[in-house]
Design a protein around this ligand. Structure first.
Ligand code: NAP
Length: 335
């Protein structure tokens, strides 16, 4: 395929001009196709997935660390597409390659027809993995993998000691990958979700499932009486006093959405040399992780559960659905 002369072309995109505004703050625009820097590839996007961090940035919760870098901002970072132009220093990709990429949160770019991605955060997507399945993986999949392997100490080849894991919000973007990965690691998985998703979460491999809206579910107590070696906490608002009695002596709660109260608990547990710990966790994405997750999907070892698909022309509806907080799996925007 001939290389696209990016500077000469316009593309469709959705962007916001200021903090706040939710779905109504997104505007359909035509803007120039971005030009890749020397170590970047230009992608014609096929699919983009939404993560809660995308709309939290719009809300302004990361303004202290200057996110987004400037307005207007085209949100979303987890994408799949085809390479249509490469910067002069790019070595590993060529025009026509199908890839998955994680764009930077500073500049975003996923709600558009084209986006530039750093070569170091791009990975080949084999034909067995659809663009939508691949776009779901970067933040949600790697958060699940790295929380399980780096903090909970689970070995995903199943070679480690068997652990008991609790995954909260197991029907969500991170949770549905966490259940599947934890089972690859030969763990016993207890999961929480709403009543409508219990069978689905069992189908992902969970050994026991609690309905979070029932009084028993709210206690997080394992029906078979297991204590948890680690909790992958994909929810917010559950106090330490609910987790603590359900943990083993050295049990850890891995908190993916640390707020003031969990940071306080983290500090107190550290200062008092508590064996039970609360561990705030933020994922860091590298190309190796993208390649690893794509390979698992290719081999049929995990799957991306797709909640819904929206065309770019209706991406604001996808945004509103994510903010609503009831996705089952990943919300995908297709271009
Ligand atoms: N630290 C990091 O690096 C990192 C990375 C990724 C995500 N996160 C954070 O992790 C959290 C989860 O992200 P996500 O992408 O998985 O979100 P998501 O896909 O939007 O989660 C939606 C799901 O959560 C379920 N849910 C909500 N409250 C629940 C509760 N109390 N108990 C059980 N299930 C509940 C919902 O079920 P119902 O529809 O039945 O209510 C729905 O299926 C977000 O706060 C996100 O910002 C952090």
């Amino acid at each position: 395929m001939a290389s696209l002369t990016s500077a000469a072309k316009l593309m469709r995109a959705l962007q916001y001009d200021s903090y706040g505004g939710g779905a109504a703050g997104l505007k359909h625009v035509e803007v120039p196709v971005p030009t890749p820097k020397s170590d970047e590839v230009l992608l014609k996007l096929e699919a983009t997935s939404i993560n809660p961090i995308d709309w939290k940035v719009q809300k302004g919760i990361l303004r202290a660390i200057f996110l987004p870098r400037k307005f207007p901002h085209i949100p979303c970072t987890d994408v799949a597409g085809e390479v249509v132009e490469v910067g002069p220093q790019v070595k590993d990709f060529k025009v026509g390659d199908k890839v998955i990429a994680k764009l930077g949160h500073e500049y975003g770019g996923g709600f558009a027809e084209f986006a530039v991605a750093s070569e170091s955060l791009t990975a080949v997507r084999p034909p067995e993995v659809s663009a939508a399945e691949a776009a779901g993986l970067p933040i949600a999949g790697l958060t699940a993998r790295d929380a399980l392997t780096q903090i909970a100490g689970v070995k995903l080849d199943g070679s480690g000691q068997q652990k008991n894991i609790l995954v909260t919000a197991a029907s969500g973007g991170v949770g549905h990958y966490a259940v599947q990965l934890a089972k690859l690691g030969n763990t016993h998985v207890t999961a929480t979700c709403g009543a409508r998703n219990i069978e689905l979460v069992k189908g992902l491999g969970a050994d026991e499932v609690l309905d979070y809206k029932t009084p028993e579910g709210a206690t997080l107590k394992s029906p078979s009486g297991k204590k948890y070696d680690a909790v992958i906490n994909c929810t917010t608002g559950i106090p330490w006093s609910t987790f603590s009695p359900n943990l083993t002596e050295n049990g850890k709660v891995i908190d993916l959405t640390p707020g003031p109260s969990s940071l306080w608990t983290f500090a107190v547990k550290k200062l008092t040399f508590s064996k039970k710990q609360l561990v705030p966790f933020f994922v860091t994405i590298k190309r190796e992780g993208l390649e690893y997750m794509v390979q698992l999907v290719k081999e049929g070892k995990i799957k991306t559960l797709i909640d819904s698909r929206f065309p770019l022309s209706k991406a604001e509806d996808a945004w509103a659905k994510s903010i609503d907080g009831h996705a089952t799996g990943k919300i995908i925007v297709e271009t």
